[in-house]
Design a protein around this ligand. Structure first.
Ligand code: ZN
Length: 292
């Protein structure tokens, strides 16, 4: 992934404009682009920059390195769930001053559900360019985009049922694939290949890894021929249709179940994630794959 800026831990998200395309790139490759709040706010700032630039017609969301995004940060040294950030997505109080469910809902309504909804409503077409892992919180980023173009090696999974939690916060599963597939996806926590995701309509195109960027650029350039306002209205039209199919209200109701699960975990186990950090999850998922 080329960029105007050198990669460093400080620049957790890179921004580059190439003609009518803004590339917004997750840049924590050493942690498979695990998303902490710092990343969330850096993504938001990059998207605002792309929306404000009239020369940008299409936004591409990419991940630097081998993987698109391994999920929310539940175990790197940069984990920042206890830090305070200037809120952008919802008007609610700062989570760091609260405890228990009050604290968790305040944070997740802003940093996860609220931000993904805000990004889904960005008035420019967005393409997720996915290679390697797209897991849990990574799905939320890809699903917030209009299209997903994936390389042949890409895979998708939401293993959080292992924590006793009914899927990630941006609960688009039954809408981005059919409900039966969504159940299999969640009940097994297993990987859906790019090809399987394509068959289910979740992924627009599957291309060889070495062609991924070129195919995305070609698609983005074709879209760039259309008038910006027409694209914005069309995006709104399709999003409204999805919401009329229950996506927005469905997500709201599942957000309550999600937080019942976090609270249950906090009550009966080590913490709200059932005592599972990134390493624990990876181990449990590997055991399950090997047992097959
Ligand atoms: Zn959560």
């Amino acid at each position: 992934m080329s960029s105007e800026q050198p990669a460093s831990e400080e620049q957790v998200v890179l921004y580059e404009r190439r003609g009518p395309i803004a590339f917004v790139t997750l840049n924590r490759p050493e942690y498979r682009n695990a998303q902490n709040s710092k990343v969330t706010y850096a993504l938001d700032a990059a998207f605002v920059r792309a929306v404000d630039d009239d020369d940008v017609k299409v936004i591409v969301l990419a991940g630097n390195g081998e993987h698109f995004c391994a999920g929310h940060d539940i175990g790197t040294p940069g984990r920042d769930v206890d830090e305070s950030f200037e809120r952008k997505a919802v008007i609610w109080w700062d989570h760091t001053r609260k405890q228990g469910v009050d604290r968790r809902i305040a944070r997740e309504a802003e940093v996860y559900l609220g931000m993904c909804r805000r990004w889904r409503e960005i008035p420019k077409p967005m393409i997720a360019m996915v290679q390697g892992a797209c897991i849990a919180g990574g799905l939320m980023l890809a699903w917030s985009c209009d299209f997903i173009v994936a390389s042949e090696d890409a895979f998708f999974s939401d293993p959080v049922v292992r924590m006793g939690i009914p899927g990630v916060e941006f609960f688009a599963h039954p809408w981005v694939m059919n409900p039966r597939a969504a159940k299999e996806f969640l009940y097994t926590g297993g990987r859906f290949s790019a090809q399987r995701a394509h068959e289910l309509g979740m992924v627009n195109h599957v291309v060889p890894r070495e062609r991924l960027e070129a195919e995305v650029v070609e698609l983005a350039e074709r879209i760039s021929d259309m008038p910006s306002f027409g694209l914005a209205l069309t995006k709104k039209a399709i999003n409204q249709a999805e919401d009329l199919q229950g996506m927005r209200s469905g997500m709201d109701s599942v957000f309550g179940l999600h937080h019942a699960a976090h609270a249950h975990n906090a009550e009966v186990s080590a913490d709200s994630l059932a005592g599972l950090d990134a390493r624990g999850m990876a181990k449990a998922n590997k055991r399950a794959e090997e047992a097959r």
